[in-house]
Design a protein around this ligand. Structure first.
Ligand code: ADP
Ligand code: MG
Ligand code: MG
Length: 916
């Protein structure tokens, strides 16, 4: 059996790839990202200083065996050093021509907490003297030597940085010099000796002069750093596996500080902020790697290198281009020029802003580097989310931080930037926003369902308590209001109408700026940039590609007769203006129009109340006759906005008492009237109170609502259906293509549909006949009661479509009332791992999802072309969207704001699960 290979020279990357079975991701895990790419660049003929990688496997074996190198590893490392000596013509530890190397850690994913780089390994008293003589530059050599002692001490042996910094500044002070550049060779030599003394003092041993000892100790230190606290914490936070290990890269030193023909720099192959296709980076002549990052000297823009070192610059440009073609993505590179000769020291995929990510993906697809599908897959739904919300101007952010105006930080619950005057309750927030037209930030310890009117009127929401699933967070996300929750530094005094933020008092009416994207809170007004979708042409292109992916028949594997395209994205919209916004965001249907919202409008509510309280059928009909034209015009506007696309209108759903004044309110009025003797309307109010009391239900959510209400009082829905079809007829005559779908809510048994649906269909037929028009329509139901889900096969014999109302379905499946759950125990459940996520945000696949799956499968047994969708808030959640794709939904419907996110998520689901 051949011995196990623990060490790979950079020019042996083929062998490494073979050893792991060919897949590049496995090579990255095996050699670490840095090592794999150094090998890969070497293979591509790009100049990389000779070197080798000790594998992550060796690291794991070392840690596993109680900090012992695995058998043969050290032997192989020594052999690899011999090869590097061959390649460079230098010798490790040889004073006449010493080889110097760096030791660099590198795991599969780049992560802070891993061991820092040690440069100049191989220097000792002898090699330093030899090198100084050979180069004729003792100053340079002793500067390098003291750096080694310092780095080796702090990185490998954990000596605190100050231990070196103090004697260094003391030395400079004694000599009366300010800058390092004023120090001579003798100075550096003397500082090296001082550093060696510091080393001895802290470790009890001499600085190891033996280069091989240096190599061995730094290799071990890199291995051990895998289990260092900072690295472990980071992996926990970032969800990176603890079994990957880190590799060690030993790289021949190249020097950017050998004079003015030398230099070093870092660059991105495209602009990481905007995505623009031009190099973005900095360099310094006559400097070493860290100098650029440390900002000791002012760096030059990478483009200026063309004037300083034109040949090296041209070669660098060519290499950058080559790297982009090779990796098919924007790269972040490090390079050093030694005496005019360019060396590449690192390349990796560059981090970027959401805006830049979209531009780069679209450009690279246009350039033919990647396919449209890959471009779509490179952007996450979260990035799209970020791009659609107003953001603070970056320079204003920096300025505010410099001026100390960043006052608090909380959970970034709903993205976007908001600026406004603060108010501490919902009523006042609404009042100030609506009546005075102010920009309002509503500030509360936490919010409750009866705060929603204030939250909707506000530009932003800030709470001092609660987490990502708190009521404030959930509502804010649903309505696209920027929100920060749980900003614990804020102490709200509702009595005094002010808040205390670390001693700073902010009063009601003062301006603050809230960044829901980052969770930061600032004092004062900050300028925002409001991106509109129409202006983001790259994003539009990308979303069109996403739509094309979903529109392709066959992208989804499905049983005979089921949809084989991806999901369509529809929107929930109650008003024509919402529908138009939904269309502009790319929705191709309305999945939910809630008609009762129309009942709440000021001029209509009295009519609605009259209708509810009617004593006789004639009175009721008269009130409904008055309401009909209102409803008809609402629907008419919706059909017009959705010309050619389906519109699902849900018949009245809430219990009737919601349209009446509350019992407490009426009771108070009646008592006041009796006490004060102002009794003109007393009788009327007393009657109303009696009616309201008679309608009292102990649990209205499970009471007389939805289809139950329609059966007990069919006149309302009969009016609604007439209004829908009259509106549809009117628009058909006007040349609009209408596709009305009437949705019956809260069905629990097919008998309910058997009772109500034929009556309604008769009205539909009547209207078409009266108006002499014809168009297609559907009658269907919501699936939001578990009994409906498990009897879906029978229900689908009557219903022509299903729409999952996943909010109620989740409430009833879990037996939770959402508001109570989110206020009282859901956060604990998620924190304790009893639930993986808030089931009101992401569908609970095992329970609620199982019911959904049964519904689709059984429903399509009765009606293979049953149209299935979802209209709950989950319709805009990427994980839930993927689930809807898998169970065979035709579409998802979400709030208009989330339509672009859903379009991208639908394409991701389609690509992820397609076999092409
Ligand atoms: P990081 O992961 O922190 O970027 P690196 O291993 O890339 O760490 O190295 C830190 C700095 O040292 C970088 O500027 C890098 O270019 C420089 N460096 C590392 N190895 C060498 C070498 N062999 N020759 C010259 N500079 C080097
Ligand atoms: Mg590092
Ligand atoms: Mg680096």
């Amino acid at each position: 059996m051949s011995e196990k290979k623990w060490v790979y020279l950079f020019n042996e990357v083929d062998k490494a790839q073979e050893a792991v079975g060919g897949d590049w991701e496995d090579v990255r895990a095996f050699l670490g990202g840095k090592g794999a790419n150094l090998g890969d660049m070497t293979r591509a003929g790009i100049p990389v200083p000779p070197g080798f990688t000790v594998t992550t496997e060796a690291c794991l074996a070392y840690l596993h065996e109680g900090n012992k190198f695995p058998e043969d590893m050290w032997k192989q490392e020594l052999e690899a050093m011999k090869e590097v000596e061959q390649l460079t013509g230098k010798k490790f530890g040889d004073p006449s021509n010493p080889l110097l190397v760096s030791s660099r850690s590198g795991a599969k994913f780049s992560m802070p907490g891993m061991m820092d780089t040690v440069l100049n390994i191989g220097l000792n008293d002898e090699t330093a003297e030899g090198l100084a003589e050979k180069m004729g530059d003792a100053r340079f050599v002793y500067d390098a030597y003291r750096r080694l002692v310092e780095m080796f001490g702090s990185v490998v042996l954990d000596i605190p940085d100050e231990a070196f910094e103090h004697p260094m500044s003391a030395y400079k002070a004694k000599k009366g010099v300010k800058s390092d550049t004023e120090l001579t060779a003798e100075d550096w030599k003397s500082i090296t000796e001082t550093f060696k003394a510091v080393f001895r003092e802290h470790t009890g041993t001499d600085f190891p002069g033996d280069p091989y000892e240096q190599l061995k100790l730094s290799t071990e230190a890199v291995f051990k750093s895998w289990n260092g606290k900072r690295a472990v914490d980071y992996r926990n936070a970032a969800g990176i596996s603890h079994d990957l290990g880190t590799a060690v890269n030993i790289v021949t030193m190249v020097f950017g500080n050998m004079g003015w023909e030398s230099g070093t720099g870092v660059a991105f192959t495209r602009d990481p902020a905007t995505g623009e296709r031009k190099l973005y980076g900095d360099y310094l002549l006559n400097a070493q790697g860290e100098d650029v990052v440390a900002g000791i000297r002012n760096t030059e823009k990478i483009q200026n290198l063309e004037n300083d070192l034109p040949e090296a610059y041209q070669e660098f440009l060519d290499i950058c281009e080559k790297l982009e073609v090779h990796y098919r993505d924007m790269q972040d590179v490090e390079f050093t020029i030694e005496d005019g000769k360019l060396w590449m020291l690192q390349t990796r995929t560059g981090k970027r802003t959401a805006k830049s990510a979209v531009k780069i993906a679209v450009d690279m697809a246009d350039e033919g580097l990647i396919s449209n599908e890959e471009a779509v897959l490179r952007i996450s739904p979260d990035e799209v989310d970020t791009l659609l919300h107003p953001q603070f101007d970056i320079s204003a952010l920096n300025q505010a931080e410099d001026e100390g105006r960043k006052i608090a930080h909380g959970v970034n619950a709903s993205p976007g930037a908001a600026v406004g005057q603060i108010y501490f309750d919902a009523d006042k927030s609404e009042l100030k926003a609506k009546e005075d037209g102010q920009d309002v930030i509503m500030v509360r310890p936490f919010t409750k369902p009866d705060d929603v009117h204030g939250m909707l009127a506000a530009k932003g929401i800030l709470t001092s308590e609660g987490g990502a699933t708190s009521h404030a967070a959930v509502v804010a996300r649903q309505f696209g209001v920027p929100c920060v929750v749980g900003a614990a530094d804020i102490k709200i005094d509702l009595e005094k109408r002010q808040m205390d933020v670390n001693g700073k008092i902010v009063k009601e009416g003062d301006w603050i700026s809230v960044d829901g994207t980052t969770g930061d809170v600032f004092l004062g007004k900050m300028p925002t940039i409001a991106p509109s979708l129409e202006e983001q042409t790259d994003l539009l292109t990308l979303l069109n590609w996403a739509d094309e992916i979903c529109a392709a028949p066959g992208i989804r594997k499905a049983p005979e007769g089921w949809p084989t395209k991806g999901l369509e994205v529809w929107a929930n919209a109650d008003y024509p203006a919402d529908a138009r916004r939904a269309r502009s965001y790319g929705a191709i249907g309305i999945g939910l129009c809630r008609t009762e919202h129309m009942f709440f409008e000021q001029e209509r509510l009295p009519i609605v109340q009259r209708m509810i309280l009617a004593d006789t059928s004639e009175e009721r009909t008269a009130a409904l006759d008055e309401l009909l034209p209102y409803q008809r015009s609402d629907f008419s506007g919706l059909f017009e906005a959705m010309d050619g696309y389906p519109v699902i209108i849900r018949l009245i759903d809430p219990p009737l008492h919601e349209f009446l004044p509350s019992e407490e309110e009426l009771l108070e009025e009646v008592i006041t009237m009796r006490v004060t003797g102002k009794t003109e309307r007393l009788e009327e109010k007393e009657e109303l109170l009696e009616d309201v009391q008679s309608m009292h239900e102990s649990n209205p959510m499970m009471g007389l609502r939805g289809v139950r209400l329609s059966i007990s009082m069919p006149e309302i829905v009969e009016m609604q259906v007439r209004a829908i079809f009259e509106a549809a007829a009117e628009q058909t005559k006007a040349g609009i293509e209408v596709k009305p779908e009437v949705m019956i809510p809260l069905t629990g048994t097919v008998k309910e549909l058997d009772w109500i649906q034929p009556r309604l269909e008769r009205i539909a037929a009547d209207v078409m006949k009266e108006q002499d028009v014809n168009f297609d329509y559907k009658f269907g139901t919501m699936i939001e009661i578990p009994r409906a889900a498990v009897t879906a096969q029978e229900i689908a014999e009557v219903a022509e479509f299903f729409s999952f109302g996943t909010n109620d379905l989740t409430q009833m499946t879990f037996g939770y009332s959402r508001d109570d759950a989110e206020r009282n125990f859901l956060i604990t459940y998620v924190e304790e791992g009893i639930l993986p996520k808030n089931p009101f945000q992401t569908i609970d696949q095992d329970g609620v999802g199982r019911l959904m799956r049964i519904s689709v499968e059984d429903g399509r047994k009765s009606r293979v072309d049953l149209e299935v969708g979802i209209c709950g808030e989950h319709g805009g959640d990427p994980d839930s969207i993927e689930f809807c794709h898998l169970i065979g939904n035709n579409y998802v419907s979400c709030s208009p704001f989330r339509v672009p996110i859903a379009r991208l998520a639908a394409a991701h689901a389609a690509l992820k699960h397609s076999n092409n």
